[in-house]
Design a protein. Structure first.
Length: 273
């Protein structure tokens, strides 16, 4: 299917969860996908799945909080495909705690990955998105539509106890999205955000099933207590959490030409909340 035919799409954090589901769906619709993740093994696994179904993809291990890794990610993409049509800022994790017990390190780490990293990655794409569009406008009077999709959360649109850092980062990305839509609209670059509610990933797994990650020498346990999981599902009109594949559908819309006159918007994917 050709909805994203030959579009070069970078999806951060696409080794697992929503990012991996998006990478597979983008490839299904014809995109050339750059699968990038801090962990190289799941990134390679996602690429292998894409290639098995006949798609085009490349894995690049990158920590989006590293300036050097951002430069390498953008450089490798341009060297391989010569363009960047879509950027999806999806990478991130949670490190929860009530505010009065939250450390500076805990706050800064989450703000860094969910807000500062997307800002820096967008800025690194300026020569290959905004400046290329300026050249197209000068030469042809029209620029090719390009897309930036930032991932927010209902924690950012509504707040969530125990997630002051995450909620602040996800609210901040909405402000960045709306500002950039105004700054880059003249270059036919649409900038939108998707705010996910309860999606079944390792971030929302029960504590009994939760995985642990290590960031900067700190071991962080993902997941949420089972009682909170059940309460969250009871509050959802549809009565369940969403799947990564369902979450990825909104990203396809914002990446495609179907959204060419949609910019500066925040779409909540939350089962009717």
């Amino acid at each position: 299917m050709s909805l994203l035919q030959d579009k070069v799409c970078i999806i951060t954090g696409s080794g697992r969860g929503i990012g991996a589901a998006a990478a597979l769906k983008f490839a299904e619709f014809g995109a050339k996908v750059i699968v990038t993740d801090i962990d190289p093994v799941p990134a390679e696994e996602t690429v292998a799945r894409i290639k098995e179904m006949g798609g085009t993809a490349m894995a690049i291990a990158a920590d989006v909080t590293s300036d050097g890794d951002i430069e390498e990610l953008v450089g490798q993409t341009m060297n391989s495909y010569g363009a960047i049509d879509v950027l999806v800022n999806n990478a991130g994790y949670t490190w929860d705690g009530v505010l009065h017990k939250m450390s500076d390190e805990q706050w800064e780490a989450i703000i860094n990955v969910h807000l500062t990293a997307p800002f820096k990655l967008i800025r690194a794409c300026v020569p290959y998105m905004r400046e290329v569009a300026k050249k197209e406008l000068k030469e042809n009077g029209i620029a090719k539509a390009r897309k930036i999709i930032n991932i927010s959360s209902t924690s950012g649109t509504r707040g969530n106890p125990g997630q002051a850092n995450y909620s602040a980062g996800k609210a901040g990305i909405i402000g960045l999205t709306r500002t950039l839509a105004k700054e880059w609209g003249a270059f036919n670059i649409q900038v939108n955000a998707v705010a996910f509610g309860y999606i079944e990933t390792r971030l929302t797994a029960s504590k009994e099933e939760a995985t642990k990650i290590e960031r900067d020498g700190q071991e962080i346990e993902l997941g949420i207590p089972d009682q909170m999981r059940q309460m969250a599902k009871m509050a959802i009109p549809m009565g369940r959490g969403g799947t990564p594949d369902e979450a990825a559908g909104a990203l396809v819309f914002f990446a495609s030409e179907l959204s060419n006159y949609v910019s500066g918007q925040v779409l909540e994917i939350a089962g009717g909340l």
